[in-house]
Design a protein around this ligand. Structure first.
Ligand code: UD1
Ligand code: MG
Length: 452
């Protein structure tokens, strides 16, 4: 880590028209995290690292997301969209404070890593005035080309302004740049808009730095790291790259993924040791899985914690706010939401448990439903330690089942059940001796009569 102070300016004022969405582009997600959050998480952190995001007018949600991710962020509005250099200068006030390094990044390149930011800044400590992040593009169409002379970066030419010869260059501008802070404003203020789009292009900084007799250098990285997201196809490609990375990281950390390519993880998923995830599992944001837990196939888990040696699925759905205790079990077709399920409790089949607390070692039979919503308000169901709930039971909340209580199958429980009590709520059963045989005979006679 460099000890130099920095200001990172993240450009996120674009309309994102090609996403064909009412959502601002940088709020779309990869691995359950917004594009912007991915960039902000990778951007330099810690003491001496200031952060600014440039947003478009009417993009309040973008400013909110930036603040949620990094409370130290300053936001600036670019009122008119006049190009990338113009966008950087929207943060003039922050730049004028004079950090040693000024880093510029785009809010729509979510795959960039913290190490790459560090690598890009390294030449500044050795006296370069500008470091540009470059990559070899499989198809360079649309990207700015990095033009070198005798190995030195002399200019970046935007695709629209490039000659046929320049368009053959495959070394492209990733969009991320680091300026030596001392001269950065001087360089930015000299950028004009004499080009085919009449925009203030940040890329012109290279030629200006050279004219000032200073040095500009290229730091190369892989195309996968700097994919820009402009449409939904590119968003899907970035998701695939991110998933591959997350799966590899999980495997490296010792998670058993039986068929890694079928498991979807979130950027913030955390695993203990000896976790097993069977094929076709989807894990959304905010999930922690402790040591020895097993997630069986076709389970869907979001904002939940799973305790040590707990078992989930197959076909379980854990919605936000589920906490599954050590050794607890959620079986097939069980849905949970805002539920704390204590250690050793079992909900093995076909149940809905929402807004509930299930005590340790309680056993909920197949078809146990917490009726948590009355059409207007949500209510809580409390189930005591070691309680036994018979199959096909409706627990109409608010309701409390005591420790060690026992509920007979098929009950609709609307009143609290005391500790160790047995509650049965259903009509008494009547057996009519010989009734089935008489019924059968009657029906058979009817059938014979019709034939005749
Ligand atoms: C830019 C680079 C190009 C590079 C490519 C990499 C320039 C002039 N061109 O082109 O060399 O190869 O990225 O993906 O820098 N933005 C604003 N305000 C503006 C204009 C843009 O905030 O007025 C933001 C956008 O939201 C986006 C970023 O700047 O995050 C880049 O803008 P975009 O229009 O996508 O530039 P490209 O044409 O992709
Ligand atoms: Mg772009």
């Amino acid at each position: 880590m460099t000890a130099r102070s920095s200001l990172t300016v993240v450009l996120a004022a674009g309309e994102g028209t090609r996403m064909r969405s009412s959502r601002p582009k940088v709020l779309h997600e990869v691995a359950g995290r917004s594009l912007l959050a991915n960039v902000l998480n990778a951007a330099p952190h810690g003491p001496g690292s200031a952060l600014a995001v440039v947003i478009g007018p009417d993009h309040k949600a973008v400013a909110e997301e930036a603040r949620r991710v990094r409370s130290d962020v300053a936001t600036f509005v670019q009122a008119e969209r006049l190009g990338t250099a113009h966008a950087v200068l929207a943060a003039r006030e922050a730049i004028a404070r004079g950090a040693e390094d000024l880093v510029v990044a785009f809010g729509d390149t979510p795959l960039i890593s913290a190490e790459t930011f560090e690598r890009l800044r390294a030449p500044l400590a050795k006296g370069a005035a500008l470091a540009v992040l470059g990559f070899r593009a499989a198809d360079p169409t649309g990207y700015g080309r990095l033009l070198l002379e005798n190995g030195h970066l002399v200019a970046i030419r935007e695709h629209a302004d490039a000659t046929e010869e320049e368009r053959k260059v495959t070394l492209c501008n990733a969009g991320v740049m680091a300026f030596a802070g001392a001269r950065a404003l001087e360089v930015l203020d000299r950028i004009g808009n004499a080009n085919s789009k009449s925009e203030y292009y940040l890329v012109d900084a290279v030629e200006i730095v050279r004219e000032m007799g200073l040095e500009a250098v290229v730091i190369e990285t892989s195309e996968d790291e700097v994919r820009g997201i402009n449409n939904k196809a590119q968003l899907a490609e970035a998701e695939a790259v991110m998933q591959a990375r997350l799966r590899k990281a999980a495997l490296d950390a010792g998670v058993t993924l039986v068929a890694p390519e079928t498991v979807y993880l979130a950027a913030d998923t955390t695993f203990g040791s000896d976790v097993t995830i069977e094929p076709f599992v989807v894990i959304g944001p905010g999930v922690t899985i402790a040591d020895g837990a097993v997630i069986h196939s076709f389970s869907h888990i979001v904002q939940s914690s799973i305790g040590k040696n707990a078992l989930v699925g197959p076909y379980a759905r854990m919605r936000p706010g589920t906490s599954l205790g050590d050794g607890a079990k959620i079986g097939n077709f069980v849905e949970t939401k805002a539920a704390t399920i204590e250690a050793g409790a079992k909900i093995n089949h076909l149940s809905y448990v929402g807004d509930a607390h299930v005590g340790a070692k309680a056993n909920l039979g197949a078809g146990t439903i917490t009726c948590n919503y009355d059409g207007f308000f949500k209510h809580k169901t409390l189930i005591g330690e070691g309680a036994f709930v018979g199959t096909n039971t409706s627990l109409v909340a608010p309701v409390k089942i005591g420790n060690g209580a026992y509920i007979g199958s098929g009950s609709v429980i609307t009143k609290d059940v005391p500790d160790d009590a047995m509650a049965v709520e259903r009509s008494p059963q009547s057996n009519r001796e010989g009734g089935a045989a008489r019924y059968r005979e009657m029906k058979l006679r009817g059938k014979e009569g019709k034939k005749g």
